[in-house]
Design a protein around this ligand. Sequence first.
Ligand code: TYD
Length: 429
Amino acid sequence: MLLYDTVIFDLDGTLTDSCPGIIACSKYALEKMGRPIPSDETLQRFLGPPLADSFMRYCGMNEEEAAYATDLYRERYNPIGWKENNVFPRIRALLAELKKRGAYLAVATGKPQEASERILSYFGLLPYLDAVAGPKLTDLHADKADLIRRVLPESRMKHAVMVGDTPGDIKGGQDCGIDTVGVLYGYGKNDEILAAKPTHVTETTDDLCHLLCPDMPAPKGYFITLEGVDGCGKSTQANAMEARLRQFGYSVHRTREPGGCPLAEEIRKLLLAKEDGGMCPETEALLFAAARAQHIHQVILPKVAEGKIVLCDRFVDSSIAYQGDARGLSREWIKEINQAALSKGMPNATLYLRMSVEDAFSRRLAESEPDRIEQMGLSFQQRIAEGYEKLMQENPDRYVPVQAAKPAEEVTEEAFQKLFERLVREGVL
Ligand code: TYD
């Protein structure tokens, strides 16, 4: 049973943390005007009140300067800044679970309607909401209680609650005659929230889940690997995927192979050293497999069990493509020595960055000195690429191929969209 079947949420500071974008855009405007930059703590106060007021109050500007600063702020906010926002952990899962249990969910925010919908849509939260109310351009100073009334049907007043991080949210709910939850993880000062006397107070998003949705299932873990030939831009995309997943509210453990735990990192040094002591292909394959077994038991399985998204740069497919197809060892033997992976540690999804070997090879050589494996040359890389193509054919459900020979941002966009759709589809929220 839900304590409330109707939940109205504030947006900034309650569902998402929009501070990074607001701080970066304020700094951009101040730098362009050659003004001193206040501390991040001061810039955080820009959140909520009209921007021009904040530029006047905290940066000593007159009206004309503040209007100009606001234009500069928008110059960065409109293309980039609005996306520099983080969904608080567990919020997506909370909305999904409340919805599943039949609750009516809405957002009432002081952020303009259009901007709010754009953010909720981009971060994949809009599908869980029945209504969104923010000030329209004609009534930018709308009262919180009015905004709540816009999304709160009369028939649902009895079991409704307003959730927010500022005294204004609490007062808005009280003015509408409904219960309120003050959350302490947002931007509001704790003593001011408590002084507003909300019906409930929660310190973390976990507490909020507990209150609004008892017995919520624990977060589901998920294992994602990244694969591709040397020079396909994998490190850049691994960084970008990690950042995106975190922004979308996921708890991520980033790792790599060979390596990822102390023993495996020691093995990595042996494997990638230029002086290899005449290492034969079998030894190489066994060392990769040994490092992997340790990594699976010590890191990957425990982190997935904790409900984290494990994001791993290379995994067993690298051994199949490099030691198997490229070095010419039998695929079957590679699979045999990698039983730790194949029997209990296979990825849920593998992001495969497809790129022609020629493109990847020239990109890589331009970037840094090749390691022992990269020194093997173009035909070796060609065999790796063929190995990956075969793996993709054999594992259509696990493989998420992305064409990687295009600007890095476009690759990120496509890769993340595909991964995120998959996570939502599989209930990893
Ligand atoms: P690394 O510097 O991590 O390269 P990259 O950024 O391309 O992943 O070095 C890893 C090298 O080891 C890379 O050339 C691929 C190779 N490798 C194998 O040959 N077999 C394996 O099982 C793994 C995990 C990596």
